[in-house]
Design a protein around this ligand. Structure first.
Ligand code: DUC
Ligand code: ZN
Ligand code: ZN
Length: 467
């Protein structure tokens, strides 16, 4: 038995187990796990390192249309370079049609943008903003069958937010075609009311982005999204859960027997509304939705991660440049928080933050880290068993981590297209030192080593809804 590559002596981690083993790779797949495997053409000495499933980040935004004159800071090349350097091997961005474009045309356009540009594998979620016969009756069924088996609906943002009836109509299509629906749960009317009031009182600084999206805005929409899913009889994922009250809605629904999956993100365990409350325009760097909360809510989110409320830990990488009128400094953004583009970069820092704050600080096990960072994403979004685990027959998507490496997060060291990181100066222990995509090293010691064209689009199967 010969191997293209053998990784020797790492502690191999899956969502179920850990143990020291050699990993034999052939034709891009894991061909053997064992002790003293025969020599490979390439030998990687990984003694003292941890071999984790390559990260699957199921919530990123890449080159997403963002309104007149606004541009996301990443294209597929820079976003996936950044992802690979952060220990990821697959990312799932959202495909949003530009005005006047059908969902099917938008997916074609997205495929064209991704082609030959990616350092990791990619697969697209579909954002449903037009609830019309063409989208529901034709585009969605065809796209789901072609491997785009997850949809996102919004309960906030003018032009994106759907009515309850429209959400139910989308749920119905998801049910018929076995797609998984992801919901952005914030109540648009309540936000609009609070925003108008804040502006009328002259409260226009970035902090008021957080003040006008209080917990009740998210908790109410989470409750309603779950109720609508129960009425339609579909499972759903509540994405980017920021606080304990929304988490309680999820817990209660599960106790009733509902199939609700939950995602949280680094910003909800490490950032707070105080970060938005800084002199001048600095707070705009932290404007994302839902907004970062406070230390009490951070602790509740940690409890949810430890106790298994959360299935997914994603970045919600949604990068804008700070010093750029096509980014955070958009026209009108200094006059009112309303005009600041929502989103922060984080695809490269997601895993080091969870590893350091979670595993190194003893809050979660390595197995849970694997589940939260890769395995559950792959299973829920139809990528398993090919992705998300270190198992014979799976793609050889592996991140080798040095669990003792201490790093201070610095914008200067990151690979995204944004000009800042919200975690500037944040200290972590543990960092990925090599990323292998289907057996090929795409990052070694922070340097990209693969070719852009190494990453490809993956058509996905149906969600596994029993995690
Ligand atoms: N929702 C997201 O999922 N990402 C960024 C902004 C938003 O509102
Ligand atoms: Zn969202
Ligand atoms: Zn997002």
């Amino acid at each position: 038995m010969t191997f293209d590559t053998v990784i020797r002596g790492a502690r191999v981690v899956t969502a179920a187990d850990t143990g020291v083993a050699d990993v034999g790779i052939r034709d891009g797949q894991i061909a053997a796990l064992g002790m003293q495997l025969p020599a490979g053409r390439e030998e990687i000495d990984a003694h003292g390192l941890i071999a984790l499933p390559g990260g699957v980040d199921s919530h990123v935004h890449i080159a997403q249309p963002s309104g007149e004159g606004i541009e996301m800071a990443d294209d597929f090349a820079s976003a996936t370079a950044s992802a690979a350097c952060g220990g990821n091997t697959t990312v799932l961005p959202f495909c949003l049609p530009k005005p006047g474009m059908s969902l099917r045309e938008a997916v074609q356009d997205y495929h064209a943008q991704a082609k030959d540009q990616c350092h990791t594998d990619v697969s697209f979620h579909l954002i449903v903003k037009d609830v019309d016969p063409q989208t529901l009756g034709q585009d969605l069924p065809a796209l789901i069958e072609a491997g785009h088996s997850s949809l996102k609906v919004f309960m906030t943002y003018k032009g994106l937010a759907l009515s309850d009836r429209q959400i139910l109509d989308v749920f119905e299509v998801a049910k018929r075609h076995d797609a998984l629906v992801m919901v952005h749960a914030e109540n648009e009317d309540a936000i609009e009311y609070l925003r108008d009031r804040a502006e009328a009182q002259g409260n226009t600084a970035p902090l008021y982005h957080a003040r006008t999206r209080p917990l009740a805005v998210e908790r109410e929409a989470t409750h309603r999204a779950i109720a609508l899913a129960e009425i339609a009889g579909v499972p759903l994922t509540i994405v980017h859960v920021s606080n304990g009250e929304s988490m309680e809605e999820i817990r209660h629904a599960r106790a009733r027997g509902s199939l609700v999956f939950a995602e949280t993100c680094p910003q909800y365990i490490t950032l707070s509304a105080a970060d938005l409350d800084q002199a001048g325009f600095e707070g705009a760097k932290y404007v994302c939705s839902p907004p970062p909360r406070d230390t009490t809510e951070q602790a509740r989110i940690w409890a949810g991660l430890e106790q298994g409320v959360f299935d997914l830990f994603s970045s919600d990488h949604c990068p804008f440049r700070f010093a750029d009128s096509a980014g955070k400094d958009a026209p009108g953004a200094r006059a009112s928080f309303r005009n600041i583009p929502n989103g922060i970069p984080g695809v490269e820092t997601r895993l080091p933050i969870l590893f350091s704050e979670g595993v190194v600080k003893g809050r979660i096990s390595l197995q849970r880290f694997a589940a939260l960072s890769a395995t559950n994403h792959a299973r829920l979004y139809g990528l398993a068993p090919r992705k998300g685990s270190i198992a014979v027959g799976a793609d050889a998507d592996i991140a080798l981590w040095d669990p003792t490496l201490r790093r201070t997060i610095r914008q200067a060291d990151l690979h995204h297209g944004s000009d800042y990181t919200p975690w500037e100066g944040f200290e972590v222990t543990g960092w990925p030192v090599r990323t292998l995509l289907r057996g090929v090293s795409v990052m070694i010691d922070g340097a990209l080593t693969g070719t852009r064209a190494g990453g490809t689009h993956i058509a996905r199967g149906k969600p596994e809804i029993r995690l």
